[in-house]
Design a protein around this ligand. Structure first.
Ligand code: KIV
Ligand code: ZN
Length: 407
């Protein structure tokens, strides 16, 4: 099908599918191996990149941005080997808008069953003046030449006006229209410096869809950085305004504060599909294993309270919450831990926990506690909980055994 068929038909604000049964497919473009690797200290070697790429393909990622082939011989080789060995996902190589970069990227992705070249050129006034020292006309000319050259080597071309979200709207429309005319099949709208707000992103995507006459010939894509902590919210706002592709990384790693986290955008769309009316190809049960793998190979730890994949994401400590959970999980859980690849919900026992959680844990350890016996163990448990951050199964067993032996 043509890329344009992934766009919603109407220009409606919500961007929802036309009927409740027809959910819009959102392409997941993972850039863990390119933008993610640009996290300070996150570099990966060839075999680590291949391992991550295979996991991303199994996860159901539509497009894997495997690297920036001109950056180093190692980057070229990893993009080439990933292109050679993966056929379930499109393999993409990044290129600046120059002949050398584009030809290098084209060579690297050449073995792919489905390859893509991603060409980028900055468009904002700040970048034009201080970084590129180019006039608006020169930018348009360069973008058109770059996209045409890339298109002569590959059918699937993505063009990114870098710093798009700080670019004057008239100029952004002009560049996007010219890039599509030159053969771009995806137009990515990066918030390169993580500056934009969800309301503004929504308006930019709406504006592009309303003002660029050939916009339906390309898939619109969002690429948000997290400098103000809004990358995920911004990506979802773009989807609501009609974006058909989200660029993201596992664990949200990436340049500076990182990129939109894949696991968060995917689970937001899945858990709130009633609102977004979208689907993805992602097998959500693989999210936690992939997160652990990326953390291991990059050496970047996942914070305990990180949404979806953090150790505490499904852990309940307070007695009120634990009691609710034991009665009916949906009281305090909006998705199940099994759905994202955790083994089970963690009822963490600590000083905020109640009798119900203690009795439940004792039961799984083989002890039936009730009445006064439960009360006595519970009192001892609270004394211990004041001294320790977490109570382990071994502690519970010791408390119960103490009670049984009457000490
Ligand atoms: O953030 C950015 O602008 C980028 C581009 C290369 C798409 O990563
Ligand atoms: Zn980026």
């Amino acid at each position: 099908s043509s890329p344009a068929t992934d766009q919603p038909a109407g220009g409606d604000a919500a961007g929802a599918a036309e009927t409740a049964t027809e959910k819009r497919h959102i392409r997941i473009f993972d850039t863990t191996l390119r933008d993610g690797e640009q996290s300070p200290g996150a570099s990966m070697n060839l075999s680590e990149k291949l391992e991550v790429a295979h996991h991303l393909a199994d996860l159901g990622v539509d497009i894997i941005e495997a690297g920036f082939p001109i950056a180093s011989p190692g980057d070229f080789e990893s993009v080439r080997q990933i292109a050679e060995s993966i056929d379930k996902s499109t393999i993409c190589g990044l290129a600046r808008c120059s002949e050398k970069d584009i030809l290098r990227a084209a060579d690297a992705i050449a073995p792919a069953q489905q390859g893509r070249i991603h060409v980028f050129l900055a468009t904002s006034a700040i970048h034009r003046e201080f970084k590129l020292r180019m006039t608006p006309d020169e930018i348009v000319r360069r973008a058109v030449e770059g996209v045409k050259l890339a298109r002569s080597r590959c059918e699937d071309i993505e063009f990114s006006p870098e710093d798009a979200c700080r670019t004057e709207h008239d100029f952004l429309c002009r560049v996007v229209e010219a890039a599509i005319d030159a053969g771009a099949t995806t137009i990515n709208v990066p918030d390169t410096v993580g500056y934009i707000t969800p309301e503004e992103v929504f308006k930019i995507f709406q504006m592009l869809r309303n003002r660029v006459p050939n916009i339906d010939k390309a898939v619109l894509s969002t690429h948000c950085h997290d400098d103000l902590g809004m990358a995920v919210a911004n990506s979802l706002a773009a989807v609501a305004a009609g974006a058909g592709q989200i660029e993201c990384t596992i664990n949200g790693i990436g340049e500076r504060a990182g990129n939109a986290a894949l696991e968060e955008v995917v689970m937001a769309m899945k858990t709130r599909s009633d609102f977004y009316q979208t689907t993805t190809r992602i097998d959500s049960k693989r999210l936690v294993p992939v997160s652990r793998l990326v953390s291991k190979v990059t050496g970047i730890n996942v914070q305990r309270n990180k949404a979806i994949v953090g150790r505490n994401a499904f852990a309940h400590e307070s007695g009120i919450h634990q009691d609710g959970m034991l009665k009916e999980r949906s009281t305090y859980e909006i998705m199940s831990p099994e759905e994202v690849g955790f083994v089970k919900t963690d009822l963490v026992l600590g000083k905020h926990s109640g009798r119900a959680a203690l009795a439940d844990r004792a039961k799984t350890l083989g002890f039936h506690l009730e009445g006064e016996e439960l009360q006595r163990v519970f009192e001892q448990f609270k004394v211990l909980a004041d001294k320790k951050k977490e109570i382990y199964d071994g502690d519970i067993m010791a408390l119960v055994q103490q009670e049984i032996s009457g000490k």
